[in-house]
Design a protein around this ligand. Structure first.
Ligand SMILES: Cc1ncc(COP(=O)(O)O)c(C=O)c1O
Length: 378
């Protein structure tokens, strides 16, 4: 089936009891059993839930995986994947990942004996030369917030040579634009809160896998640790993915117009968007994805300039998160990446004047007028 058909139908059959075309919200804590050991495959709602399972099958199909497991948030999905590792193992991580991922790795999992090295994964050749053995390579591409592009196929080859897992957080692109499993990644993670749900009304996460061993562990962990996605949130994301193939081209079309506008503005010092032909990762991104998406970062030069610009906006909303039909704008240094120290942010180039925009599905002309008004206050 084609991608848009899978968005609408994969994992979803008419409800066996009523024929309802939409998978119901199975809002139940437990299931009545017929006798000892006699049940219909459902025992307890932490362990199995039909609404959650429908979403998991849907997302596995969209990412081209064999199975998927959903969790209470993107961070819970990240934690689930990290539970594949044991104390003493080493993880190489993109040096500008989502701040919450950096925080989980350094402040929580570091205490359990995992060793993390944050490196520039946009330079696969250098990583290959300088990095010794590791057990997992964790990347985002494009990275958050500086939109660096990592070569998924090249990194998959390097990970394979070291018998390490390659995990890709594909939240920014969604499977509509990029499918890392087909390029050699072992596991894909999403914050379903973002483009997959698309409507800023649910928090969730998913891990999509290729092997039976990973599926078995992630399902076991789901039940053992219990940070599961609720039936209602699963239902909201299922409703969101039905329109993914319609929303993403619109996000990108608007993203392209906003990026082009920002680049022409004297008050904008630099625009980070992989769609520009002179972006250092443009060619790699073109090769591995079918679109450039709607995530753009731009530098206003100082905290004071960002502080004048953001409150002046009337249509673009200042807030954490991304991927909704509503345009959201954020200030990484004090919001998504506040968990990095100022020195770490400085070394990475996450400056105080940096602003990140997740371009929504409104009329591009209205967004540009709003941004223009904001820039006039800088
Ligand atoms: C790229 C990326 N990965 C993971 C997460 C974490 O997801 P959640 O907020 O659903 O826990 C985020 C959140 O912003 C994100 O931007």
């Amino acid at each position: 089936m084609g991608f848009a058909t899978d968005c609408i139908h994969a994992g979803q059959e008419p409800d066996p009891t009523t024929g309802a075309i939409v998978v119901p919200i199975y809002q139940t804590a437990t299931y009545v059993q017929e006798g000892i050991g006699k049940h219909k495959g459902y025992e307890y709602a932490r362990t199995q839930n039909p609404t959650r399972r429908a979403l998991e099958k849907n997302l596995a199909a969209l990412e081209g995986g064999t199975d998927a497991y959903c969790y209470a948030s993107g961070m819970a999905a990240t934690h689930a994947v990290m539970s594949l590792l044991k104390a003493g193992e080493r993880v190489v991580v993109s040096d500008n990942v989502y701040g919450g991922t950096h925080r989980l790795f350094t402040k929580v999992l570091g205490r359990y004996g995992l060793d993390f090295a944050f490196v520039d994964t946009s330079d696969a050749g250098r990583l290959d030369e300088t990095e010794g053995p590791f057990d997992m390579l964790w990347i985002e591409t494009p990275t958050n917030p500086l939109m660096k592009v990592c070569d998924i196929a090249a990194l998959a080859r390097i990970a394979r040579e070291r018998k390490a897992l390659l995990v890709v957080d594909n939240t920014f692109m969604s499977p509509f634009f990029q499918r890392p499993l087909a390029l050699g990644a072992d596991i894909v993670v999403h914050s379903t809160t973002k483009f997959l749900n698309g409507h800023s009304d649910s928090v969730g996460g998913v891990a999509v896998v290729k092997t039976a061993g990973h599926a078995e562990w992630l399902q076991f962990y789901q039940n053992a640790a219990g940070a599961i996605l609720s039936p209602f949130d699963a239902w909201l994301v299922l409703r969101g993915t039905k329109t993914l193939a319609m929303r993403m081209p619109r996000h990108e079309e608007n993203g392209r117009k906003v990026a082009a506008f920002l680049r022409e503005q004297a008050r904008v010092k630099k625009v980070y968007w992989p769609g520009f032909p002179d972006h250092p990762g443009h060619d790699v991104h073109r090769r591995q994805a079918t679109g450039f998406g709607a995530m753009i970062a731009f530098d206003l030069g100082s905290l004071a300039a960002a502080g004048r610009f953001l409150p002046a906006l009337r249509l673009c909303s200042l807030g954490e998160s991304l991927g909704g039909v509503e345009t959201l704008i954020s200030h990484p240094a004090t919001m998504t990446h506040a968990g990095y120290t100022p020195a770490e942010r400085d070394a990475l180039g996450i400056r105080d004047g940096l602003v990140r925009i997740s371009v929504g599905c409104e009329d591009a002309e209205d967004l540009i007028a709003d941004l223009k008004h904001g820039l006039e206050q800088v």
